[in-house]
Design a protein. Sequence first.
Length: 118
Amino acid sequence: QVQLVESGGGLVQAGGSLRLSCAPSERTFRSYAMGWFRQAPGKEREFVAAISWTAQSTYYADSVKGRFTITRDHANNTVYLQMDSLKPGDTAVYYCNTDAHSNPPGAWGQGHQVTVSS
C-alpha cells in the first residue's frame, strides 16, 4: 500500500498562514483526488479539501472556502494545502488522504498538528 509523506503544520496566531504538503512514497502513484481531512479533539474526522489528478477540479468544505487553497505539483507529484486567515477553530490534526473525495476515502498519512492561537 502506498505511503504518504507529509510535512508542514505547526503553531500560528489567528489570521496567520501555514502550508501543508503531501506526496506519495511512489512517485508514479496516481489517484483520482488527493486531499486532506482534519480531526479536532473530541470531534469526528471531517473533509477539508481535495484536488483531482488533472488539477481541473477542486473541492472544499464550506468552513474553509475562500481561506484554504489546494494545489498540485505534477513534477514532484506533491499536493499542497495553503491555509490563510487561520482561525482557532481550524486547530486540528490534518491527515492527507490518497482519495479524499471518495467514500470510503483512500490511504491515510500520519497526520500533522495545526494549532491556531487566539
